[in-house]
Ligand binder design. Structure first.
Ligand SMILES: Cc1cc2nc3c(=O)[nH]c(=O)nc-3n(C[C@H](O)[C@H](O)[C@H](O)COP(=O)(O)OP(=O)(O)OC[C@H]3O[C@@H](n4cnc5c(N)ncnc54)[C@H](O)[C@@H]3O)c2cc1C
Length: 402
């Protein structure tokens, strides 16, 4: 069977490419080959079933800072197609989006099915063939065309888009075509920590600064205490930027948590002197300070060997120092990681040096394009991973039809 364009992978990047190519040139014969029995299965589960399609960051250089791998390469592409364009794209096709307080953008319906319905109806409208249960086993360039072998027959196509996400088998095939790939490691995970200070505090959220000991890795933001350790943006950011480093430590390392963000030990001790002078009769345990959650304060007070009845006037220098240390320099041992259920992502993929980011075409092979997670690009949580898929797919579609 002969096609103008075959897209391997019926996910976010695959559909976005197909629809944009078909709109640019409705005469082209296009097929999507998808190994699963359903298409768009990651879109379905994304954002807890709501699909966080993109993020309200509208400055290309700022947007690119959310990509631990891909920051430099995506600056140019974001000047062509980015978050505002994504919003307009969906709006023009009848999908209303809303911006939440933290900048994440979702369909107004709060259902990923809206996005899936939009993609399926657009693809059908333009006659894109969607071939499910077609697992691609091989592809090679011969006689000026790409020959694609699947478990359900062979195909010939002039142009080939690989949008297979993080499937290592496809990376292996690409290595055989002389493409370099970066080995996959997980990104976006939470930290497993067993520690009496946080054992009884699941659900507590506070703004904190977190550093990995003996490393340059550091982040700041909301930190969520969970049943198994720590999560929240401060931890997820570290997991994304530290994906490779933390993997090489086999996820065993120490973190230093400053529950007061940028306050130093010295500044906190100075504040304590003020509390002693002004609240001498107040019990330290009950007198939560610095706006941190009460349960966290009480746990750190007890850890500092200050008993429940001790008043500010009676607290010793050693106890004060210990409490200040716990508040600004709390050391925790991380032993392992857990999957972040809302969104998990893999770092690794095709080496970005081998891609022309003006077209998303391979620098090594003519008429071979890539978009989405198959590339060594990944982002922190918040809608940025889909934005990478939309941007790459849109630009590739322009190049394919130019
Ligand atoms: C649980 C979860 C929630 C997420 N939530 C969000 C979110 O809300 N916002 C966000 O920005 N990102 C989110 N992400 C990340 C986001 O889903 C991915 O970055 C995005 O789906 C990548 O799109 P893609 O098209 O490159 O790959 P995929 O969506 O993974 O699609 C690849 C497709 O290729 C198919 N395929 C693979 N190999 C073959 C083969 N050999 N032959 C044929 N077909 C093949 C696969 O079956 C799959 O359908 C989430 C991820 C997960 C796991």
């Amino acid at each position: 069977m002969n096609y103008d364009l075959i897209i391997v992978g019926g996910g976010a990047a695959g559909f976005f490419t197909a629809i944009n190519v078909a709109e640019n040139n409705p005469k082209l014969k296009i097929a999507i080959l998808e190994r699963g029995k359903d298409v768009l299965s990651k879109v379905r589960v994304s954002g807890g079933g709501r699909c966080n399609v993109t993020h309200a960051e509208f400055i290309p250089n700022e947007l690119s800072k959310n990509y631990p791998r891909g920051e430099k390469e995506l600056k140019g592409p974001f000047n062509t197609f980015m978050t505002g364009d994504t919003m307009a794209w969906f709006d023009e096709r009848g999908v209303s989006l809303k911006i939440e307080n933290d900048g994440r953008i979702f369909p107004v319906s709060d259902s990923s099915q809206t996005i899936i319905d939009c993609f399926l109806s657009e693809a059908r409208k333009f006659g894109v063939e969607i071939l499910t249960n077609h697992s691609v086993k091989n592809f090679c360039f011969e006689n000026e065309n790409w020959s694609v072998k699947s478990n359900h027959g062979d195909f010939i196509t002039e142009k080939l888009m690989i949008a297979t996400g993080s499937n290592p088998k496809i990376w292996k095939l690409l290595q055989e075509l002389n493409h370099e790939t970066i080995d996959p490691v997980p990104s976006l995970f939470t930290f497993n920590i067993k520690d009496s200070r946080i054992k009884d505090l699941p659900g507590v959220v506070t703004e904190a600064r977190v550093k990995v000991k003996n490393s340059k890795l550091s982040s700041q933001g909301p930190l969520l205490i969970t049943h198994w350790g720590m999560s929240g943006p401060a931890v997820l950011k570290l997991s994304a930027w530290g994906a490779i480093e933390l993997n090489s430590n086999q996820y065993t390392f120490e973190i230093i948590v400053n529950w007061l963000n940028n306050l130093t030990l010295h500044e906190v001790i100075e504040e304590f002197k003020f509390f002693k002078a002004n609240n001498p009769r107040q019990q330290v345990f009950k007198n939560t300070q610095f706006g941190i959650p009460k349960r966290l304060w009480q746990s750190l007070v007890l850890t500092s060997e200050i008993d429940r009845s001790t008043r500010w006037a009676d607290i010793s220098k050693v106890q004060l120092h210990k409490l200040a240390e716990e508040l600004t320099n709390g050391k925790f041992k991380v032993q392992g990681k857990s999957t972040f259920k809302e969104e998990f992502v893999t770092a690794g993929g095709i080496d970005l040096k081998e891609i022309n980011f003006k077209t998303f075409e391979s620098k090594k092979h003519k008429n071979l394009y890539f978009a989405g997670e198959v590339l060594n690009i990944d982002a922190i949580t918040g809608g940025f991973n889909f934005q990478n898929a939309w941007t790459g797919a849109f630009i590739a579609a322009q190049a394919i039809t130019s």
